[in-house]
Design a protein around this ligand. Structure first.
Ligand code: BMA
Length: 327
């Protein structure tokens, strides 16, 4: 193979030197671990992370951390911000996990979708908030087994759109569903299939942070889960979807763009996991802070840019993403 034909892998996501930026030792109360945080910018330009905190019973709740620069000096709520409420919401009996945040201009509220861990398995729940202090819960919107969900920030053809990941014995694929009111969901469509065989994203994929709206389409990070004899490997892939028909994949990458390499990603409560649930965008509309859970133990930050991600898809993506599974 000549040098010219060797494919080089330029890093698209750059780890911040301060990583991991948040871990259990930073917490104002006793916890086991903190990881998989939703992220958003607040009206004053500061960053809010809604962190998944696992307590020392193994059950998760959410705790908000705020920072002016999104990197350090986090002001962490002194007590849990959102606890499971199994009395009113029995589906939260075993905790709430992996929040994704979407600011919805039409509602002037943040919509948080998250995994509620019920006796019947993990489902998708939804809550609204204006300030991350009080929340209006809508309860379960997708029954078990389903997780890895996020709302698009605007209606498509008059309806709200939710990406989520139901699990079936035939594989775990990404679906999109529509609702007139955020409560009743229908028009379910398969959005992106997990591949089969030896692929890095075979059998089980799921949405990572909420999609990023670009002039070229919805830019979507998704995770692929590879089962190996020594456990699962969680890595990140990239695809673009049609702006007005987000069930339609325009182009998708074949290789992963980010995977566990640093020590804090390779070793933790669950080894070899990078799991982003949120991002914030710079005022230039291009730079991205991507917040990810590392090895189910800490929160880490990677920098990227919309332009470099779209350029990478243009150079490396395939428009036959769905057919690729048959290769
Ligand atoms: C997934 C989710 C994540 C977790 C990951 C690795 O199924 O439950 O919350 O980070 O597994 O354990």
């Amino acid at each position: 193979m000549s040098v010219a034909t060797i494919i080089r892998h330029e890093p698209l996501l750059l780890r911040h030197p301060a990583n991991p930026i948040l871990s259990a030792k930073d917490w104002p109360y006793s916890i086991n671990s903190v990881f998989n945080a939703g992220a958003t910018l607040l009206a004053d330009g500061s960053t809010l992370l809604l962190c998944r905190v696992e307590d020392r019973r193994g059950l998760s709740h959410f705790c908000a951390a705020r920072s002016r620069n999104g990197v350090d000096n986090w002001q962490i709520d002194k007590e849990p911000t959102l606890m499971p409420s199994p009395r009113e919401y029995p589906e939260e009996i075993w905790g709430i996990e992996d929040p994704r945040i979407t600011f919805v201009p039409e509602l002037q509220q943040y919509v948080v979708t998250y995994t509620s861990y019920s006796r019947g398995g993990p489902g998708v729940s939804l809550a609204l908030t204006k300030d991350f202090r009080s929340f209006e819960r809508y309860g379960v919107i997708m029954p078990p087994d389903d997780k890895d969900s996020a709302l698009l920030p605007r209606r498509i053809d008059g309806c709200w759109a939710l990406i989520h990941r139901p699990m079936t014995p035939l594989g775990s694929h990404m679906w999109i569903s529509y609702s007139p009111d955020l409560r009743y969901w229908g028009r379910h469509r398969l959005m992106l299939e997990a591949r089969r065989g030896a692929w890095w994203d075979a059998n089980k994929i799921g949405l990572s942070p909420p999609p990023i709206e670009t002039s070229r389409g919805w830019l979507v990070f998704y995770h692929g889960v590879r089962h190996t004899p020594s456990g699962c490997l969680y890595r990140l892939g990239l695809a673009l979807f049609d702006l007005e028909n987000p069930a339609k994949c325009l182009v998708g990458g074949d290789s992963w763009i980010f995977g566990p390499e640093a020590d804090y990603e390779r070793h933790g409560d669950v080894d070899d996991v990078v799991f982003p649930c949120g991002y914030t965008m710079d005022p230039d509309g291009d730079g991205l802070n991507i917040y990810y859970g590392a090895a189910d133990c800490s929160i880490a930050l990677a920098r990227s840019s919309v332009r470099s991600l779209v350029d990478w898809l243009d150079a490396n993506g395939s428009s036959e993403r769905r057919r690729a599974q048959d290769l």
